[in-house]
Design a protein around this ligand. Structure first.
Ligand code: IPE
Ligand code: IPE
Ligand code: MG
Length: 244
């Protein structure tokens, strides 16, 4: 399949973005170290990646490590980055055979070289995937990305939204711009965006759930998509009933 065909299939699905939050509290509630929460969080990532295509999701962006998460204790940062590296190495084969294209968005100049290698390897190996694109946000800051893309465009007098989105994709290693987010889910009970996809979520439907990320099941994702499908997206227009 050529590249434009495969992009079309991915773009026809929903773009769901998830802030994977609550690993630490899940672990604390069980008397476990926070790192065990992150480990259980990786298992939940496997679950949602497996069920996403059957729910009509074409792009799944998962917020795994924010640029502000560098401010956590060094031992927690090391355990998170180590888990992410083993996830990327371990999931490559299954993603390849399931038609899942993996991309990692965010900065790559501050993470360990072995993690950069793992990213490049999984991206190469899964590049042909056309059922689902999974984008893992790692050392990611939406504000920083918008700033970098804006600086790049400073000399242009007029910039279209499309062109800006393309630059944003480039500064975060995202390749082609991702479609706008349709549904943003945050687990863990907080109701904030924490610097995630501020541009791409301009018209996203938001769903906040108290469920902690390690206990997020396929059925929760299905319920979230059902909830989304019942909403009316208006993009500034009148409701369907009033317009006709
Ligand atoms: C999400 O869980 C993982 C990351 C933010 C890296 P947390 O580690 O934030 O868990 P809580 O919010 O402290 O429970
Ligand atoms: C947001 O979670 C970042 C990720 C999910 C990776 P945080 O736990 O870091 O967010 P705050 O600090 O509660 O806003
Ligand atoms: Mg948190």
């Amino acid at each position: 399949m050529n590249k434009s065909n495969s992009s079309r299939i991915l773009n026809s699905g929903l773009h769901v973005a998830i802030l994977l939050d609550g690993n630490g509290r899940w672990a604390a509630a069980r008397g476990l170290p926070r790192s065990e929460g992150h480990r259980a969080g990786v298992t939940a990532v496997h679950r949602v990646v497996r069920c996403a295509p059957s729910l009509g999701i074409g792009t799944l962006t998962l917020y795994a490590f924010s640029s502000n998460n560098w401010d956590r204790p060094a031992s927690e940062v090391a355990s998170l980055l180590g888990l992410l590296e083993s996830y990327l190495r371990g999931a490559a084969g299954e993603c390849e055979s399931d038609g899942v294209r993996v991309r990692v968005i965010g900065r790559r100049d501050r993470i360990p070289p072995s993690l950069v290698e793992a990213i490049e390897a999984v991206e190469r190996r899964t590049a042909g995937g056309d059922r689902l694109e999974v984008r893992i946000a790692l050392d990611y800051s939406s504000r920083q990305a918008i700033l970098r893309a804006s600086c790049w465009m400073l000399s242009s007098l007029e910039v279209s939204e499309r062109e800006f989105a393309r630059r944003l994709g480039q500064v975060t290693h995202g390749g082609e711009p991702a479609p706008d987010v349709d549904l943003l889910i945050r687990t863990g009970g907080e109701r904030r965006l924490s610097d995630f996809m501020l541009w791409e979520c301009a018209y996203a439907e938001l769903l906040f759930t108290p469920r902690m990320w390690p206990e997020f099941e396929a059925a929760d994702l299905e319920a979230a998509v059902d909830d989304y499908l019942r909403r009316e997206r208006r993009f500034g227009r009148l409701p369907e009933a009033a317009a006709s």
